[in-house]
Every structure is written in C-alpha cells, then in structure tokens.
Design a protein around this ligand. Structure first.
Ligand SMILES: [Zn+2]
Length: 431
C-alpha cells in the first residue's frame, strides 16, 4: 500500500481495512505494450511487479486462474458526477453532502470497471475528504480527481455547487484560492462566451497561479473557440449549435491540443427514452437501491425527468452531436472516454458501458476504445502510473471473459481490481 493510501486510511478513518495479498494471475490474454499478449502478472503492494509468460512466484498468496479471460487496465471516466443519482432521490437523500447517493454511486462506478474518475461539479466542503478516501485501494469508489463547482459566464453569485462569474481580480483570486485550498484539481468553466473577456482572462490566470487545471465546456462553437484560444487543459461536451469549423478541428489535432471529453452514448439513450411513453421503463433504476427506494425512484422518475428542461431537446440535438463526434474522430482529435454520468437517467452502474457501446456502434475497435479510456485518459489527467499494464504501474485491472460474444461488453466483466484489491469477483460469495 502506498504511503498516501495508508495516510488516507488513517486520517479519514472511513475505509475498512481490506485484503491485498501478493497475487499471481495466470493464463490470460493481457493488453500490454499496445497488443494482446499471453503473459502472467505478478501483483505486489498494489502494483504490477512482473509480467512474463510462465511466471513462477513462490511467495504469491493468491492465484487467479484467468484462462479464457483477458485483462485490460481499469477504465478512467474523465467526466462523472458523483452525488446525482440520475433521478429523484429517495426520502432523506436530497441534502448536502449527499452521503447516501455518493456512496451508492462510487461503489457502482468501481464495480462497473471505472477505477479512476474525474468529478465534475464537486463541492468544496466534502470533496477533499472524499478524494483522500478514494486514494485508498480498499475504498469502494474510484480514485478521484475533483473539478470543483462550475463557474458560469454572465453574472455573479455566491459559491456552491455552481458559481456564476467573478467581478474583479480580487474575487477571481479568492475563488481559485478556495478551490485550491479544498484540494480541487480542476476548475470547470461554463458558457465561456458569456464572460466579459477580461473576467475570463483573470479567472484563468488566477486558476493557473493556484495550480488548478482548467476544464471548459465546449458545447457551442463560440465556447469551444474561446476554450482553445485560452489553452484550456480539457474540453467537455460537443458543440450542438453547429458543425465544428475546420480551423477549430485543426486546432484540436495540434500537438498541444487539449483532449475532448465528448459523451455521446448518454444522449443516444436519453433521446430514445424521452420519446417512449414511459422513459422510466426504458431507463430502469440504478442498481443498489433497496426495494422501497427503488419503488420511490421508479414512481417519480417520469415526472422528474420531464421537469429537467435541459434534456428535452436531446433527440433534436443528437444528429449534430453525432456529426461532431464523428468529425473529431475522423480528424484524429484526442477524444477521451467520459460519460457525464449522474445526468438524468444515466446511472453509475452502467454508464461507462452505454458510452462504450455507442463508440463501438460508431465503428471504433475495442482496442481504440480501451486506449482512450485508459492510457490516453491517464496521460490527460496527469497520471504516470495508471492506464497501462506494465511493470511498476498501479494494479488497476479489469478481467473480462473472452467467450462472451461481441467483445467489450458489461456481461464479460468478471473481476475489478483497484490497486490490487478485488472489488468485483465472479463468485458473489467471495465479494
Ligand atoms: Zn457534467
């Protein structure tokens, strides 16, 4: 266990101790060094200690026979929401810091194969403790980076989950200093085109001085243009108002271009669900709710969903989203796997697979999907020891059944390991 993880355990006092024995995984086909290889893995202290065919390690306390299985790095979801349930909260859940939904969602995300995630719109009060906790291999949630409350162009208000604008340099400084003090990694900027240009510049300069990275919504061409002009570190969403112009596409494939986290699977799913008489029946309920909680959720879902005005145009905007997604892929832009899970009807136990299914439907090979959800995502988030299976890397691993038809599918998922600790096991009695 790393020093930091041990510290997290000690300081937070929230994570139950767990087993992380020295482990040998044999017989699998492993995605390593950009190809599938028949090699064994030796895990020790939460990391990959050796990779070779026919490994013999006498000291290994646990042996996983992975014959007929394949192993990929744990998936990184570059855009999640953690306290939103994707629907109406059960009684008593709808209050900060949203402990019940955050626990449920964190566990569901990890068990779905997401071993690291970047949270969009985390709050400043509970985020840092959660982040610390998430670093423990034993904690049943992905390792987290935090994007703090969103800052939205076009006005001023008080900080909470979202903040509207800043008025002057002092405010920009105070805001970004508060983010940094709360352990936030990213500042999330929205509606860039509604900021006064001088205010946007101030905010970005202040954020950089505080060591914050900048994630910016690129959901319109004007916002995307500003994001690129300001050299942000990550672009979120796809423009829905127009096709991405050629000059911006060129900027998005330049060597210094920021990655684009462009969820598409969710919009495809919500667009069809909203056209059905009962979207609730199409979308189901999140896993892990008790029977009464699930009934409460299901009985209120349709009314709740139709009150979320900003999703009503999902079907209408879908063709533009899909066209821009295609354009980015064809141009060779750094598109990363990210789901925006927690949006209406988008549940943590399945969101990453909804996204993967959409990418595969768009013609992307499994290996490309894996690369964009592991190695490239880790690089974009600044991790040097995640997202790949190599000696010294953190042992975040997914073990999947090769016999399941159709390749990268949720039905194939057998094991989820976070830093060597098993959080999902094919035998439910073992986990
Ligand atoms: Zn979001």
């Amino acid at each position: 266990m790393s020093t930091l993880a041990a510290l997290a355990l000690a300081v937070a006092g929230l994570v139950a101790p767990c087993e992380a024995p020295e482990t040998l995984i044999v017989g699998a086909q492993v995605w390593t060094d950009a190809r599938w290889q028949e090699v064994d893995l030796h895990l020790r202290d939460g990391r990959i200690d050796a990779i070779a065919a026919g490994l013999q390690v006498a000291s290994a306390q646990r042996r996983i026979d992975a014959s007929g299985l394949r192993i990929i790095p744990g998936l990184i979801d570059a855009h999640v929401h953690l306290y939103e349930l994707g629907g109406p909260y059960p009684p008593g859940w709808d209050r900060p810091p949203y402990v019940e939904s955050t626990r449920l969602n964190g566990r569901a995300l990890l068990r779905s194969g997401v071993t690291s995630a970047r949270v969009h719109l985390s709050n400043l009060q509970s985020g840092s403790e959660l982040k610390l906790e998430s670093m423990s291999p034993c904690a049943p949630l992905p390792r987290l980076q935090l994007g703090g409350p969103g800052v939205i162009g076009g006005g001023t208000t008080t900080p909470g989950f979202q903040t509207v604008g800043v008025e002057d340099a002092a405010q920009a400084h105070a805001l970004t200093a508060a983010y940094a003090a709360a352990g936030v990694d990213w500042i999330a900027l929205h509606q860039l085109d509604l900021f006064e240009p001088a205010q946007l510049r101030l905010l970005i300069e202040s954020a950089r001085r505080q060591g914050l990275r900048i994630m910016a919504a690129g959901d319109s061409v004007a916002a995307l243009r500003l994001a690129l002009q300001h050299g942000v570190d990550s672009v979120e969403y796809l423009p829905t108002d127009a096709v991405i112009p050629e000059d911006l596409l060129a900027a998005l494939v330049a060597p210094s271009a920021p990655p684009v986290v462009a969820p598409i699977g969710y919009y495809r799913r919500i667009a069809s669900a909203l056209q059905a008489p009962s979207a609730g029946r199409v979308l189901g309920t999140p896993a892990g709710l008790s029977a009464p909680e699930s009934r409460h959720f299901a009985s209120r879902f349709d009314t709740w969903l139709r009150a979320q005005g900003h999703y009503q145009d999902a079907a209408q905007l879908l063709p533009m989203r899909e066209a821009n997604f295609r354009k980015l892929l064809d141009a060779g832009a750094g598109v990363l796997l990210g789901t925006d899970v927690g949006s209406a009807g988008h549940y943590h136990d399945r969101a990453i697979w909804t996204e993967i299914a959409a990418w595969r439907a768009a013609g992307m090979a499994d290996e490309q999907v894996i690369d964009r959800g592991t190695r490239l995502a880790a690089a974009a988030l600044g991790y040097s020891d995640l997202g790949r299976i190599e000696v010294g890397a953190v042992a975040d691993l997914l073990i999947l059944d090769r016999a399941i038809a159709g390749g990268l599918r949720p039905e194939a998922l057998r094991y989820v390991l976070k830093a060597g600790v098993v959080h999902r096991h094919p035998d439910p009695a073992s986990k």
